[in-house]
Design a protein around this ligand. Structure first.
Ligand SMILES: NC(=O)c1ccc[n+]([C@@H]2O[C@H](COP(=O)([O-])OP(=O)(O)OC[C@H]3O[C@@H](n4cnc5c(N)ncnc54)[C@H](OP(=O)(O)O)[C@@H]3O)[C@@H](O)[C@H]2O)c1
Length: 296
């Protein structure tokens, strides 16, 4: 891995298209516009894109319209299949950069890079670390793998959405690092849900558990963040249960692809799918907690 790239000054202001304005894509588009970069947005459910007009974005009627004159195309959709289906219907200008920020996993990233080559686009495998709040603050970490030239051309966009860009050369390297990071995030989320469920089942005050570990080697900021969601009962999603199930699957599949068995990823996938089945698919992934209870 190369060291963290210093914030590359924008020598140029590219015209940008953002496809997908969900939890992550909408604040990313807002921050790109706030940086003075012209940005067109498109979302399958148009109602989610329209409010971005009040934040300096141009709302496009179709993905083809959004990318028609783009120099940098950003995709931020649910998964690789969604990106493939949206990008199948568009033809950005030849030579444009495609910054693929969706967590798509390894196999889909390979297919998307091949699609980019066919369209004569410069592909950057660019998944992001961070959730709703860092996306809103323009403080994501962008893992950017691709040619130096493509990364440099996308740098004004990465600087607008993130506070740090980790540069990697080989397409796929960013998605691999992202899956490793997500295996950790998903394990922490499941461990938090199970500890709190056990506390409830055993009649232990969950706050006494949190106090017990606070400030010591067992502590984790993430434990408190997800415990606060569970104890506060506000499951407004930062990262949904459905997407957590998808990511656990991507982690498990990537591991299987190299002959590894990751029991925690498989268990998290199962827990998130059960939570989704009992109606929590759109809730924050902390709601994986409910998978511990017979009634879901
Ligand atoms: N939230 C996080 O904390 C976080 C952090 C890092 C990475 N990620 C990754 O970022 C990506 C987006 O996450 P998110 O949290 O923003 O999810 P989200 O709020 O569920 O947004 C998903 C977006 O994908 C669109 N979409 C889904 N299927 C589609 C299809 N078949 N065709 C066209 N559009 C489709 C949705 O359109 P509609 O509005 O029409 O449904 C929506 O714009 C995921 O890969 C996720 O794993 C998320």
């Amino acid at each position: 891995m190369e060291p963290t790239e210093p914030s590359t000054p924008a020598t140029d202001t590219p015209r940008v298209a953002v496809l997908g304005t969900g939890i992550m894509g909408a604040p990313m588009a807002r921050n790109i516009a706030a940086a003075g970069i012209p940005v067109k947005v498109w979302n399958r459910t148009a109602a989610k894109a329209r409010p971005l007009a009040d934040h300096g974005c141009t709302v496009a009627e179709s993905p083809a319209d959004a990318v028609a004159d783009a120099e940098v195309v950003v995709t931020m959709l649910t998964d690789g299949d969604a990106v493939e289906s949206v990008m199948a219907g568009v033809a950005p200008p030849r030579g444009a950069v495609w910054a693929q920020t969706t967590t798509a996993g390894l196999a889909a990233t390979e297919r998307l890079a091949a699609r980019a080559a066919k369209l004569e686009l410069e592909f950057v495998d660019a998944p992001v670390l961070g959730t709703r709040a860092p996306a809103e603050q323009g403080a994501l970490t962008v893992l950017a793998a691709g040619s130096e030239r493509a990364r440099r051309r996308a740098a004004p966009v990465f600087d607008a959405i993130g506070s740090r860009t980790v540069a990697l050369d080989e397409i796929g390297a960013a998605s691999r690092l992202k899956l490793v990071a997500n295996s950790w995030v998903l394990a922490l989320t499941s461990a938090t849900g199970e500890a709190l469920a056990l506390a409830e089942g055993l009649g232990v005050d969950p706050r006494s558990f949190l106090d017990l570990v606070s400030g010591g080697p067992l502590d984790s900021g993430y434990l408190h963040a997800k415990a606060d969601v569970i104890l506060g009962g506000d499951y407004t999603p930062s990262f949904s249960v459905a997407n957590a199930a998808k990511d656990a699957r991507l982690v498990r599949e990537a591991a299987e692809g190299v002959g590894l068995r990751l029991d925690l990823a498989a268990a998290t996938e199962d827990r998130m799918l059960r939570a989704a089945d009992s109606g929590h698919g759109g809730d924050d992934m902390a709601a994986g907690y409910y998978a511990s209870f017979p009634q879901g």
